[in-house]
Design a protein around this ligand. Sequence first.
Ligand SMILES: Cc1ncc(COP(=O)(O)O)c(C=O)c1O
Length: 391
Amino acid sequence: MAIYLDNNATTALDEPVLEAMLPYMGQVTGNPSSVHRFGRMQKDAIEQARELVAQLVGARAEQVIFTSGGTESNNLLLNGFIKKLASKQRVARVAISSIEHMSLLEPAQQLRLAGDNILVDEVAVDETGMISLQSLMQAYNEQTSLISIMSANNETGVIQNLSPLIDFAKERGCFFHSDASQAAGKIPLNFIDSGLHAMTLSAHKLYGPTGIGALVLDKRLPIEKLQYGGVQEKGLRAGTENVPAIVGFGKAAEIAKQTLQSRSDYVRTLRDALEKGLTKFSAVSVFAQSANRLPNTVQFGVDGFDGEALLMQLDRKAIAVSSGSACTSSKTEPSHVLKAMNVPVALANSAIRVSFGKNNTMSDVNAFLSALQDIIEMNRHSAVMMAASVC
Ligand SMILES: Cc1ncc(COP(=O)(O)O)c(C=O)c1O
């Protein structure tokens, strides 16, 4: 049986989530915008799910806007905000951290290219992957009207201490968004108490379906819709709602809230056991080990190895992990997150991320450690053989 250790990429749909979705994929029909009983049933299902998602993150139901996922939420927030400012002919200046997901960094880069009246500043991280108040102060400018810093990083698992950063923004009348796609369901979140104005969520990171997520939005943060058509989702996201996926997201959020502590404790035991096992390998360095991290995530480099090659060797042994690199056309780039943390390029290129989920067991940890040992030994052996043949 293959072992899946890539739960930050996506998680397996939970059985009760699938059961909740099935009636909406067949028996129950109707467009939620229709006023007849069929339509009303669909609308009710959406509103129930909205409540459940809101409860997971300590928000009010009316603050939840369903989207197609984390990517769309990040694009809607950033582009929607800039579009709103542009409509008022104001200069738009935003500050975003250098370790954000590409679904925020890429639209930010496009905005930079779009015109002189849009400015994007980068908030730097330290070598542990953390963003300090000093770092935010350096990136901040009087014109900055939106700051975006993720709650937890998808690669390293580093959890940001957002509270002082949000306070800083609040004192200056600046809006604050956080991408919580990886944090939701893994650590407690409270949208209202945190003082955030916007938060990104993705269902498939918490055992819900793919293609559904949410932008949690305080109505004080003005955004302009990006697509035109119907008035669904408070007029911010035109298009007939994906009811089965929304219902699934609601169910996944409900279970995530009920099991938050037990699931976190469980994956932490697996992650800690793995890290303990990794100490035996002198070639291994765990990234951001001293920082507060998601309980399920460990990212490490293996000196002298290539992360992509390592991933493929593990895959041949039926173990699925992620590497820290991004393949762009023909060349492999080291992870922008590790680069931002000043990790030496060769070590960053050797990165492997293991992210546990509720379906993993201690035998998966042992299988991973023994596979890694075999691979390291085999490579060392072939290196010795090569050296011998050169002599
Ligand atoms: C931090 C973060 N933000 C956004 C996304 C994008 O989410 P989605 O796949 O739902 O578009 C991901 C997915 O990997 C992520 O890890």
